[in-house]
Structures are given as structure tokens and as C-alpha cells.
Design a protein around this ligand. Structure first.
Ligand code: CP
Length: 305
């Protein structure tokens, strides 16, 4: 494919192919000499209209480790501040002949609109509450490395489902890989029609976590709540925050994940986040490898490749 805009549209075989390729990059990234040359001579621009630590840093490292020239576009000091639109920004950058644009935007669908206007490959680094495909892929790689499989596992995704692009991409990917997906959230944080994603819905942590293999916690995305009901941190933690007591409802070997950034004491406490069953730091490591795999796979379809 020319772009990676979502998990939607990826086949199971394509997902497995990307995870296998990423596995090779995990080994490369653990060596002293981490660089390879498959993107030598190529230009990658990272265009982030929303804040990011993990995704932007790992895309930058991924491109550089593959030998690309990587430019991080500083949106805060760009002409977007003077009123230039997303499309005019994209068309302007396109005129500089980049090979890959990595884009994060706060509007669902914005990355697809942009991809339709440019000649280069586009990777969705998160668009509004729509999709965050590279996060779902790195989550899948982390699960597969720790559990040996994804198929047949029960994955409980808990928290602000309404505003989470991570949840949406994970529903699509985990269902494609034949995992059993549960969501656990208060009614106020569950979008209408959530069942159409093929998930089981729980409002009680004790029931939703029962026999789960993976517990994936999500942040309350207050910045997307726009005047809707915002629970207090203390009240939210009491019912939906993960601590050792609630984790005990899951399987004894259940593992804990969180895409980050975490709000400690809101959706997860430090004992669990930093404990032996936490995969949170490994998720970050897998993020670099998965993004290298995506860039490498797209580079095979670039002109003159
Ligand atoms: N998980 C994730 O997308 O983190 P960042 O917002 O830091 O990129």
C-alpha cells in the first residue's frame, strides 16, 4: 500500500507481515550499531499538530535508523500560526518532494484528506478519535512477544473509550487477529453503538477483568471532552483506576498495558504501572521497531524503489 491511514483496510496477513518485520528491528535496535540503509536518500517529514512524546520521537528515530533524512516540522513556529490551512501546509511541503509524511492531527479524517492531496506516502500518527494504527501495531507486537500469540486471548480495554483512537485501532486489529475484546467504562465514556466494533461491554471492573489475559488502560482525554461530564480524578480512580486489588480479578498471569501518556493516580497507580506485570516500557521499545517496519514497508512501494 502507498499509505498507512488505519488498521481498517489491513488484512491479517499484512498485520502479521508488519509484526514479523518489526521483530527483526527489535534485534537491530538492541545492537550498539543500530543503523541500516533502506531509506538512504529518502526524506521523511513529521508533521504533528498535536502534542506527542512517544510517537514523534520514535518516528524520528525510526527514520534515522533506516538512513532517511528526517525533518520534524515545528507546527508552533510554522505559518499555521498565521492562519495557513492544513491543506495549504500539506501542498507546500509536498512541493519540496518528501517521500513520507507522518501526520498527527486533532480532527478525525484529517490525515486521509491530506493523503489525497499529496504525492508522497502518508502515515497516520493519530487523527482525532478515529485511528492510531501504529499504536495498535506496537501493542500487538508487545502482546505477541509476551504471550506467544494474540489469537484466543481476552484483552480488556478500560477507560475513556469515547475519545480513544487507540481503542478503535485496537478493536480492529485484535478482532482481525481473533482475540476476544472487552471494553470497561462508565456509560458516559462509551460511544453509542460501540457493540458494532465486535466488543463485549462492561461497566464494572470486577466483571470486565475476570479471566482477562491483557489489561489495557486508557487515559481520560480531558482535552477532547468539550464541556461534557468530566469525572473527578479521585472518584474515577475508585471505580475505574487499576490497582493491585482490581488487577487480582484478571488471570494470575495477566499483563498490564498503557499507550501513554499515563495519569498516575487517575486510571492506574504507580505500583501496577511500575510493577513486574507492566509492559508499558516494552511498548515504548516496540514503538520504534514497529515504526521502522512501517517505514521500510512503505519504502518498498515508493517510486524508483
Ligand atoms: N501513545 C502515544 O501516542 O503517545 P504520544 O502522545 O506521546 O505520542
Amino acid at each position: 500500500q502507498r499509505h498507512l491511514l488505519g488498521i481498517e483496510g489491513l488484512s491479517r496477513e499484512e498485520i502479521v507481515g508488519l509484526l514479523d518485520l518489526a521483530g527483526e528491528f527489535v534485534d537491530l535496535n538492541r545492537r550498539v550499531e543500530k543503523k541500516t540503509t533502506s531509506l538512504r536518500g529518502r526524506t521523511q517529514i513529521n508533521l504533528f499538530f498535536e502534542a506527542s512524546t512517544r510517537t514523534q520521537a520514535s518516528f524520528e528515530l525510526a527514520g534515522k535508523r533506516l538512513g532517511a533524512d528526517v525533518m520534524n516540522m515545528s507546527v508552533a513556529s510554522s505559518s499555521i500560526r498565521k492562519g495557513e490551512t492544513l491543506m495549504d501546509t500539506a501542498i507546500t511541503l509536498n512541493a519540496m518532494h518528501p517521500d513520507i509524511l507522518v501526520v498527527r492531527h486533532n480532527a478525525s479524517g484529517a490525515v486521509k484528506l491530506l493523503a489525497d492531496k499529496v504525492d508522497c506516502s502518508v502515515v497516520n500518527a493519530g487523527d482525532g478519535a478515529h485511528e492510531h494504527p501504529t499504536q495498535a501495531l506496537l501493542d500487538a507486537l508487545t502482546i505477541r512477544r509476551n504471550k506467544g500469540r494474540i489469537e484466543g486471548l481476552t484483552v480488556a480495554i478500560c477507560g475513556d473509550i469515547t475519545h480513544s483512537r487507540v481503542a478503535r485501532s485496537n478493536f480492529l486489529l485484535l478482532n482481525a487477529m481473533d482475540a476476544r475484546v472487552r471494553v470497561i467504562a462508565p456509560s458516559t465514556l462509551l460511544p453509542p453503538g460501540i457493540e458494532r466494533f465486535g466488543v463485549e461491554v462492561y461497566r464494572d471492573m470486577r466483571e470486565g477483568l475476570k479471566d482477562a489475559d491483557i489489561v489495557m488502560m486508557l487515559r481520560l482525554q480531558r482535552e477532547r471532552m468539550n464541556g461534557s461530564f468530566i469525572p473527578s480524578s479521585t472518584e474515577y480512580f475508585a471505580y475505574y483506576g487499576l490497582d493491585e486489588k482490581k488487577l487480582a480479578y484478571a488471570k494470575p498471569d495477566a499483563l498490564v498495558m498503557h499507550p501513554g501518556p499515563m495519569n498516575r493516580g487517575v486510571e492506574i497507580n504507580s505500583t501496577v504501572a511500575d510493577g513486574a506485570r507492566s509492559l508499558i516500557r516494552e511498548q515504548v521499545e516496540m514503538g520504534v521497531a514497529v515504526r521502522m517496519a512501517i517505514l521500510e514497508a512503505l519504502s518498498r512501494n515508493l517510486p524508483n524503489a
